[in-house]
Design a protein around this ligand. Structure first.
Ligand code: 13P
Ligand code: SF4
Length: 303
């Protein structure tokens, strides 16, 4: 039974001094047993603050690596080793080194959805909720933004005074949402507000009433006086919002917006990881941790 599994996990958390962090794209039963749930920026902040000796990161690999880099003394686990983020692996250090040679006077800003190796070559990290704020605050006026060209395009429009160069990468999950989906959803739900994630294509975000991170979308829907919303991000957010606000209505902008990597982890995987019978402990070299930490620290300082 689900309740029994959740109770066992809660008990193991106490016995083994475990903190469970869960990204809001995780299933509802996982969010219920987590110590903190939120967007990538919130998770990074909590990772830096948590006092437990052990952390289970319910999300994808780059998130678990971020926790390890911020808390090298802690043992950090990813319940399902195959839970990666395809966008994080689109660029490697060779390509980025070449790009840096081509644009030597540009500061390199990395979306946090990147590998820790890639972060060792970057000046600062950003998340979807902190990108505009951080880039505005940076001294540099010339920015090479990697790897999400959709988030990059959104940021560029908010900060026209800076020269922002983009590369051709992005989230394959959000890329499945098309402008046609917007036209269809608006025709079906003409009074609903459209809330979208900046990882969506520019022709989708152009129609939005609100553009923001996963936590941003959830907060907007909670505070808004409107009673119906079309949600342009991973499907799980539609379910979480429906559970949190049954008096309001939430519709998925596209039923194809499902991140199979985020869905790789289920509640039984979290139990096995807490028991110590499954999951991968994150191990990174000291050199990678030290170099990658500089750009994550810079994100936390500016964000
Ligand atoms: P945020 O949680 O920062 O909104 O990012 C969404 C995402 O796609 C994480 O992989
Ligand atoms: Fe990566 Fe996109 Fe999945 Fe987030 S939703 S983990 S960016 S593939």
């Amino acid at each position: 039974m689900l309740k029994d599994i959740q109770e066992k996990i809660m008990q193991l958390k106490k016995e083994k001094d475990i903190c469970i962090l869960a990204h809001c794209y995780q299933s509802h039963d996982i969010l219920e047993i987590a110590d903190y749930t939120g967007d990538s920026f919130g998770l990074a902040q909590k990772a830096a603050q948590s006092e437990n000796k052990n952390v289970i990161m319910c999300g994808v690999r780059f998130m678990a690596e971020t926790v390890k880099i911020l808390s090298p003394e802690k043992r950090v686990w990813l319940p399902r080793p195959e839970a990666g983020c395809p966008m994080a692996e689109q660029l490697d250090t060779d390509i980025l080194s070449q790009l840096k040679q081509m644009y030597p006077d540009y500061a390199v800003v990395a979306y946090i959805n990147t590998t820790s190796e890639l972060k060792t070559l970057c000046d600062v990290c950003v998340t979807s909720s902190s990108a505009v704020k951080i880039i505005k605050k940076m001294d540099a006026d010339k920015i090479l933004f990697i790897p999400d060209c959709n988030l990059g395009d959104y940021v560029k429009k908010q900060i026209p005074e800076k020269e922002i160069r983009l590369v051709n990468g992005g989230c394959p999950t959000h890329a499945r949402i098309s402008e046609k989906d917007v036209v269809k959803a608006k025709a079906l739900h003409p009074d609903a507000l459209l809330l979208v994630h900046p990882e969506c294509k520019p022709e989708v975000t152009a129609h939005a009433d609100y553009v923001g991170s996963t936590t941003g979308i959830m907060d907007f829907a909670a505070k808004s006086s409107a009673d119906s919303f079309i949600i342009g991000t991973e499907m799980s957010i539609v379910q979480h919002l429906g559970i949190d606000h049954p008096e309001k209505k939430f519709y998925a902008l596209s039923k194809d917006c499902v991140c199979h990597n985020m869905k790789a982890t289920n509640i039984a995987d979290v139990l096995h990881c807490a028991e110590g019978s499954d999951g991968e402990e994150i191990v990174l070299s000291q050199e990678v941790m030290t170099k990658a930490r500089a750009c994550i620290d810079e994100m936390l300082r500016l964000g």
